[in-house]
Design a protein around this ligand. Structure first.
Ligand SMILES: *[C@@H]1O[C@H](CO)[C@@H](O)[C@H](O)[C@H]1NC(C)=O
Ligand SMILES: *[C@@H]1O[C@H](CO)[C@@H](O)[C@H](O)[C@H]1NC(C)=O
Ligand SMILES: *[C@@H]1O[C@H](CO)[C@@H](O)[C@H](O)[C@H]1NC(C)=O
Ligand SMILES: *[C@@H]1O[C@H](CO)[C@@H](O)[C@H](O)[C@H]1NC(C)=O
Ligand SMILES: *[C@@H]1O[C@H](CO)[C@@H](O)[C@H](O)[C@H]1NC(C)=O
Ligand SMILES: *[C@@H]1O[C@H](CO)[C@@H](O)[C@H](O)[C@H]1NC(C)=O
Ligand SMILES: *[C@@H]1O[C@H](CO)[C@@H](O)[C@H](O)[C@H]1NC(C)=O
Ligand SMILES: *[C@@H]1O[C@H](CO)[C@@H](O)[C@H](O)[C@H]1NC(C)=O
Ligand SMILES: *[C@@H]1O[C@H](CO)[C@@H](O)[C@H](O)[C@H]1NC(C)=O
Ligand SMILES: *[C@@H]1O[C@H](CO)[C@@H](O)[C@H](O)[C@H]1NC(C)=O
Ligand SMILES: *[C@@H]1O[C@H](CO)[C@@H](O)[C@H](O)[C@H]1NC(C)=O
Ligand SMILES: CC(=O)N[C@H]1CO[C@H](CO)[C@@H](O)[C@@H]1O
Length: 779
């Protein structure tokens, strides 16, 4: 859970609150803004410069996705608490709140709600689209908010069991001092297959992991418990999983340690930094007592695993200050091998810094000394903490970005039938002011489409300095790897080994692709079109026929202008809901070659060429071989007063093979309202928002760009071939059983996100209005 309360001063929380509402129902109090005289949008004319001045609800349909998960409350946060029933039904849940909360019941005052899916394409709201809610805050254990949790299908009393972060204090942020007990980990179980959750002892203050492991409020956060099983951890910890017929369950806790500063609690500077802690059950089958086993992942503050300056984890301080939303499993070449413990160890996590990123690592689990692994001066175990001197830690082989754009808080589950790792992320909005704009759209955020993760192997890569970095790939040890055993060679060891004399190497990296089920977008398309023969573009085409040329356009930032050739596809989709794919071949000699500069890719959501350059609009996704970057340029009619228009940038390497060829670039782009997801070569994903304006911004085509004025400079190695260019329009309605009319879908309710069907409602001690209860004394 990313706490958006970061900048809220503590004092604000206890202000007397104006709204009074029945917090137990989202039906009772409504706003009436039907009399407003604000303008309504005209999508054939330029927009007003500040979209938050349009009438409430007037942009409801404009950017709303069709195939993406959206919560019925219309305000959604982290995906969380995923699990799969033994019959193969998956539960996809997300934190939610209302657009119009009471008091402190803002985006950070979250509750749990979701749906089931059988195919990762279509969803059934768990208790209907009008009140699809499973559990909310307000009891003694969680009187302010509920943050992310993990679920197992058979846990406490053999029932579906949720362990989640119960919040008693806000704000929480890595940028401010922490207070022990603000976040504790509590347990709930379900007697109706996850439709509702019952908190332990009716919501009494009996968390199962009450406080951070160390005394003195030294942490930066302590949340997002993720429950998992792992045979490799069992063997490293000498746990006989089947001794009493029960499997050992582990919990990863996302956290970090503050460096001590004058007057502020913290630990020795060298011990500070983000952490994922490992907890295990005291004994398998005991869901109430957990043993602290030290760090599962630890980093020094503001550092990265990747080679500094390389950019493979975006920044040299990628891992920041505090980890969040971790998920843990093992992956192999076909998918999720967590239960078996084979393949490579996998973790993904958010890392908070001044550029918060969603990262992953692959490597090997190795035994460590648990609580003695990183002795921390000035940090002693807190009362009641059971510590173990046997733990497990990730020995990292590679690190990268799970998504280069706006997607965050990714989590996943194992699809047991075929052992695939299915993952979803939260797609944040990118409005200049979300709080100002959310009433104009009357909904914010969605989850991504379903993705699948595995270990990807690329064979026969030229062995040169390009592979010799700590990066988002690792060199496979061909001697020790076979079948489901995957071992990699650290860069320095490789340089000193006989293998370094080989002319090629095999690389492993994280495979990320759209879930195979998304093939239905093509099978069920209501229209589609393909480019019948390959097209090659180069600077020579600036003077050719059948192309449109624009000169001096923004490449995304105002200070770098480009000249562009556009080749429209013969037909374009008539809506903004489609998949587009293309294969681009760049000459091997253009890769990392800075003696000339160009970029090529696709342009989407593009208006017919108008006479006035100001009224053009398009989004372009281009690869720039000189610096191996993917750039998403957003030249929308809406400008920075309304939406973020800075380009999204990611890094992608096209590998060179021993036979002299280079990898081609295979792009799949999903456009679903404002949600745009770009998948490349099953190793790169960038999710962003495209806030197009005009109703006729529907063209798609090929683009080729050079720096402004450079089109005379044609050189060998500047030709790009496009082939397999196709689109499939329609996508699939994620909610066939929800109404389509916005009047039914817009919730004007004012309230606290407490569900009326909360089985713990009688123990509610705080409902979001008035001064919150005093913070309890930690025993
Ligand atoms: C919510 O709590 C406030 C303050 O304690 C109280 O005045 C109000 O009646 C409560 N609302 C409901 C619906 O119980
Ligand atoms: C839109 O809704 C918000 C929140 O209910 C309200 O404060 C605002 O006045 C409304 N705006 C208009 C133009 O009616
Ligand atoms: C599978 O389990 C879900 C609950 O997780 C239940 O709603 C559904 O009816 C079950 N389906 C079958 C075919 O048993
Ligand atoms: C830790 O405690 C020792 C004494 O116990 C003190 O000398 C040292 O300055 C402390 N370090 C920090 C970072 O607070
Ligand atoms: C780490 O980086 C953050 C910005 O992301 C900064 O605020 C903080 O002071 C840095 N911490 C240290 C110890 O350098
Ligand atoms: C924080 O942000 C600035 C500006 O974007 C950047 O240059 C700096 O290195 C960042 N990181 C840290 C750790 O402060
Ligand atoms: C590869 O694995 C083998 C077998 O475990 C080991 O002997 C060898 O040192 C490894 N190679 C490198 C370069 O580390
Ligand atoms: C060198 O490459 C060959 C062919 O891929 C492979 O069989 C061999 O194991 C490699 N040598 C080392 C030392 O890795
Ligand atoms: C496209 O429009 C621009 C002005 O916006 C104009 O300069 C250019 O010639 C047009 N190109 C075509 C092919 O119509
Ligand atoms: C846009 O309008 C809102 C609502 O009046 C206002 O609060 C905000 O400051 C405006 N934004 C800009 C960039 O002018
Ligand atoms: C070159 O090698 C790569 C990787 O082994 C292979 O995929 C590709 O088909 C080969 N190309 C040619 C032209 O042989
Ligand atoms: C061994 C142990 O610590 N058992 C405890 C597990 O949790 C329950 C409920 O909190 C306690 O009553 C036990 O003593």
């Amino acid at each position: 859970m990313r706490s958006p309360n970061v900048k809220l001063p503590l004092g604000l929380l206890s202000l007397a609150l104006v709204a009074s509402a029945n917090p137990f129902s989202d039906q009772t109090l409504f706003v009436d803004d039907s009399n407003n005289t604000a303008p309504t949008p005209d999508f054939t004319q330029p927009p007003i410069s500040n979209i938050s001045l349009y009438a409430n609800g007037s942009l409801f349909y404009q950017w709303r996705p069709k195939a993406h998960f959206i919560h019925p409350s219309n305000q959604l946060g982290d995906p969380t608490a995923f699990w799969q029933d033994s019959n193969g039904t998956s539960h996809i849940t997300a934190l939610y709140s209302f657009l119009r909360g009471t008091g402190n019941s803002s985006l950070s005052t979250s509750a749990f709600s979701g749906s089931t899916t059988k195919d990762f394409l279509q969803y059934e709201d768990l208790s209907g689209w009008e009140n699809a809610v499973q559990m909310g805050p307000g009891n003694e254990v969680d009187y302010l908010a509920d943050f992310d949790g993990g679920v197992v299908a058979e846990g406490y009393k053999g029932l579906p069991t949720l362990i989640w972060t119960a919040v008693k204090g806000l704000p929480i942020s890595w940028t401010i001092p922490y207070k022990d007990g603000y976040e504790s980990q509590a347990l709930a179980y379900s007697e109706d297959n996850g439709v509702t959750w019952k908190k332990l002892d009716g919501g009494a203050n009996v968390p199962v992991i009450p406080r951070p492991p160390y005394n003195g409020s030294v942490v930066t956060g302590f949340r997002d418990p993720f429950i998992f099983k792992n045979a490799r951890l069992d063997s490293l910890l000498n746990i006989n999983a089947s001794s009493n017929g029960q499997t050992m369950h582990y919990v990863s806790m996302s956290s970090g340690l503050h460096p001590a500063q004058p007057g502020l609690p913290g630990v020795d500077f060298n011990a500070a930094g983000p952490r994922v802690w490992l907890y295990r059950q005291n004994t398998p089958g005991d869901w109430l007592n957990w043993t602290f086993c030290g760090p599962l992942l630890q980093s020094t503050i503001n550092t990265t695993f990747t080679t500094p300056g390389s950019g493979w984890a975006a920044t040299d301080y990628s891992d920041g200050n505090n980890y969040e939303t971790s998920q843990v499993t093992n992956l192999d070449f076909s998918g999720d091998s967590g239960s078996e413990g084979t393949g490579l160890a996998f973790m993904s996590f958010g890392a908070e810094s001044n550029k918060t990123l969603m990262l992953y690592r692959l490597g090997q689990w190795k035994a460590n000394e648990g609580i003695n692994t990183s002795p921390m001066p000035n940090a002693t175990l807190a009362p009641g903490v059971v510590g173990s001197d046997a733990g497990v830690e990730l020995d990292t082989a590679l690190e990268g970005l799970l998504d280069w754009g706006l997607a965050y808080a990714c989590t996943g589950l194992r699809n047991e039938k075929d052992k695939r790792r299915i993952v979803y992320c939260w797609i944040k909005e990118a409005f200049a002011s979300q709080d100002q704009t959310k009433f104009v759209t009357q909904w914010i955020s969605s989850l991504t489409l379903s993705r699948q993760l595995y270990v990807k192997k690329i064979e026969g890569v030229v062995n040169n300095e390009l592979v010799l970095q700590n990066a988002s790939w690792a060199i496979l040890n061909l001697t020790s790897s076979s079948g489901d055993k995957i071992e990699t060679i650290p860069v320095e060891e490789f340089k000193a080994s006989a293998a370094s004399k080989n002319s090629t190497v095999d690389l492993v990296m994280l495979g990320i692709s759209p879930a195979t089920e998304l093939a239905e977008f093509r099978n069920k398309a209501n229209d589609s079109s393909s480019l019948t023969s390959p097209v090659t573009l180069s600077p020579a085409n600036f003077s050719g026929a059948q192309v449109e040329v624009r000169k001096g356009i923004r490449s995304g930032t105002s200070d770098s202008l480009v000249d562009e050739i556009f080749v429209p596809l013969p037909r374009h989709p008539s809506s903004k809901h489609y998949e587009l794919s293309a294969t681009l071949s760049f000459p091997a000699s253009s890769l990392r070659n800075t003696s000339f500069d160009f970029a090529a890719g696709l342009s989407i959501l593009r208006r017919p060429n108008t006479t006035s350059a100001d009224e053009n609009e398009d989004i372009a996704i281009v690869y720039r071989p000189a610096n191996e970057s993917i750039i998403v340029q957003r030249r929308t009619a809406l400008g920075p007063e309304s939406v973020l228009t800075t380009p999204e940038v990611g890094k992608l390497r096209l590998w060179q093979f021993g036979n002299g060829t280079a990898e081609s670039l295979n792009m799949r782009v999903f456009v679903d309202g404002s949600a745009v997801e770009i998948y490349i070569n099953d190793v790169f994903v960038l999710t962003t928002r495209a806030y197009y304006w005009y109703s006729d911004s529907n063209r798609v085509g090929l683009v080729y760009q050079v720096p402004q004025g450079a089109e005379e400079g044609e050189k060998a190695g500047m030709q790009v071939e496009f082939k397999n260019v196709s689109w499939w329009e329609g996508l699939i309605d994620a909610y066939p059983n929800r109404p389509k009319d916005k009047e039914q879908l817009i919730k004007q309710a004012i309230g606290y996100p407490e569900p009326s069907n909360n089985p713990d409602a009688e123990g509610i001690i705080y409902n979001g209005t008035g001064v919150s209860p005093p913070f309890p004394t930690l025993s």
